[in-house]
Design a protein around this ligand. Sequence first.
Ligand SMILES: Cc1cc2nc3c(=O)[nH]c(=O)nc-3n(C[C@H](O)[C@H](O)[C@H](O)COP(=O)(O)OP(=O)(O)OC[C@H]3O[C@@H](n4cnc5c(N)ncnc54)[C@H](O)[C@@H]3O)c2cc1C
Length: 400
Amino acid sequence: MTRAAAPTGTVDVAIIGAGPVGLFLAARLAEDGREVAVFERRNGPSGRTRAIGVHPPGLEAIARIDLADALRGDGLEVRQGTAWSARSGRPPRVLGRVDFASALPDPYRFVLTVPQPATEAHLEARLRRSAPEALHRGVRVVDWTVRPGADGEGGVELRTTGPGAPSEATARLLVACDGAASDVPARLGVLVRETPTGDAYLMADLAANDGPVAPDEDGASIVLHPRGVVEAFPLPGGRRRWVVGTDGRPAEADPELLARRIRERTGEVVDPGTATHPSSFEIRLRSTDRFGAGPVWLAGDAAHVVAPIGGQGMTLGWLGAETLAREAGAWLDGRRPLHEALRRYERAHRPRVRSATARAAWNVRVGRATRFPWLRDRFVRAWLAGGGADRLARTFAMRR
Ligand SMILES: Cc1cc2nc3c(=O)[nH]c(=O)nc-3n(C[C@H](O)[C@H](O)[C@H](O)COP(=O)(O)OP(=O)(O)OC[C@H]3O[C@@H](n4cnc5c(N)ncnc54)[C@H](O)[C@@H]3O)c2cc1C
């Protein structure tokens, strides 16, 4: 295939949003020698930490832009997990353990925890190294228009606002990495399914304690209680992320309430005064039936949102971005028509989204409030003892 030259000033790929997926995609494309522009409405990093877990496939993706070691340097390697049964008024009992170190292949025999701001800082620094001018902070994309042309040749024109907004921005391909509230799918006429699951959680990062269900520095704990799950994940710097199921009802993002629920369900005493990033969220799944149309494509949460229980959304976004970068490159180089490149991106990435959605749905289901806790305990204990532990380790680590 041959392609007409792009108009002067046109970048290969413009990206809306400098979240972890937009930054990763930009760094990945820049690494391939593509000219990229990333527009982010926020002036600086958000500082909000949602994603803490980086799974082995995510580490492999990040290794391809030479960031795996830097991320490991800032993170904590979670090598084991324990499932507990708890009832109010009695100490929790171990149902079984999973051992990532023995169940996973080299080189990443663990799930890394790193606060999202640290991950984003590394990605941004990496992008600035290979494309110092690519990131435009404080610039909101307010509109875009696909110009006429066969096989996407006309490109996309963007309208932006903000202090550093360029007077004109055009790109051969536009990728929306603008998160779960993206309106790009709707504008493209792509079908978006939003599914509330009726599950709600309270979450915060707290100073680590050494109580019964969170004893190991490198261990995660899942506590099954009749009123709902309690989860504890170690973080670097002597902290721990706690997540508590709120019995289907959204609760106020109140560290005192979180600490009370943790104590009621596990006996663990945590200090709410040390809480950072308290939040309360309901799970809403989002999926799109296409990952783009013409020269406008979708990636990360703009394309798919899986339940954060099990925390796989960011890794999933990176894996999609890898595939997208490869297929976009094939089109940009004239090796494939646009519709074929998009179809190949969808075909390669859709199965990952399905698996991650199913895994996350399972995680949510197992932790729900139940009137039959003894039945669930019996099932989980038997399953973990009967060879399920290694499978669970691989499933949780996105290795199946
Ligand atoms: C409670 C919680 C815990 C989670 N834990 C994990 C975990 O442990 N591991 C994991 O892998 N995933 C986890 N996730 C999921 C993960 O946070 C998301 O999948 C990930 O942040 C998606 O990244 P993104 O770049 O696609 O979108 P976002 O992070 O939402 O970034 C979108 C960016 O686009 C910008 N933007 C939006 N509109 C515009 C515009 N018009 N112009 C310019 N900029 C714009 C926004 O300001 C934002 O910076 C968790 C999610 C939640 C809610």
